[in-house]
Design a protein around this ligand. Structure first.
Ligand code: FES
Length: 260
């Protein structure tokens, strides 16, 4: 993990909600694992005081570049969306434990809900480059809450679900899954809202499939100091607290204590 000032190479608004920012950060881009995140100082002043965590969307070690795909939700992300080409961004990273690629080759299913597609892009690319067979399922309430759904197909067969039917299957990801999931999957990966992840765990559990989930928690320090991001893991009767920023953000779904 390093602190660096990354130059903004490009910033693009993809939908009314989502932006894609490209940074020059050669030292950081050399060591990224899919699913890790950057902790970014979004403002120049004291407000917002705290850094914001952003999943690393993609990276290219040869070119020294990294990308963050983010949703504008509050002051920090609004400030980030106003960055201009050539500005410097104060970033810490790469942080956290990312997705584990458990075999040399296999069949993977990647499931993203809303902005949960952000870390799945780099994971899908990494798996495809390692000759895995990849299927991707992305879902959101409506089309504008999906960003790169048309581009994911370069990494594998891609299916879309929207609750309002504005693109793809009309309904939830969990309704679409039984219709499209390949057989004999070696690994399922997911990122999205917690109720979606919990529903996916029910599905993978009943189909005897291993699931890794990337959890999204509010993070203050991003380095395991403040305990602001703890998540109960282990046995439900006697859970222990894991830090999402340093023990995660990716966990085996079996470890997580899911709400009833
Ligand atoms: Fe501070 Fe995780 S954000 S311990």
């Amino acid at each position: 993990m390093q602190r660096t000032f990354a130059k903004v190479l490009n910033i693009e608004q993809l939908t009314s909600h989502y932006f894609l920012i490209t940074l020059m950060a050669p030292q950081l881009a050399r060591t990224v694992q899919p699913g890790q995140f950057l902790h970014v100082r979004t403002g120049e002043q004291l407000d917002p005081l705290l850094r914001r965590p952003f999943s690393i969307h993609d990276w290219h070690s040869g070119e020294g570049t990294m990308q963050l795909l983010f949703q504008v939700k509050g002051k920090g992300t609004q400030l980030l969306s106003r960055k201009q080409k050539g500005e410097q961004l104060d970033v810490l990273g790469p942080l956290g434990n990312g997705f584990a690629i458990t075999k040399k080759k296999g069949k993977a299913l990647l499931i993203g809900g809303g902005i949960g597609e952000a870390p799945l892009w780099g994971l899908a690319r990494t798996l495809k480059e390692a000759h895995w067979e990849v299927t991707i399922v992305l879902g959101a309430a409506k089309q504008t809450l999906l960003a790169r759904h048309n581009d994911f197909s370069q990494w594998g067969e891609t299916y879309i679900a929207t609750e309002d039917g504005s693109v793809g299957f009309k309904g939830r990801v969990t309704n679409l899954l039984p219709l499209v999931a390949a057989e004999h999957l070696d690994q399922v990966y997911a990122c999205g809202p917690k109720p979606l992840l919990a529903a996916l765990y029910t599905w993978t559990n009943s189909n005897n499939l291993p699931l890794q989930v990337s959890l999204d928690e509010v993070m203050a320090c991003g380095m395991g100091v403040c305990l602001g991001c703890v998540q109960p893991v282990g046995r439900k009767e006697a859970p222990v607290l894991a830090k999402v920023c340093t023990d995660g953000p990716v966990f085996s779904a079996e470890e997580v204590v899911w709400d009833d």
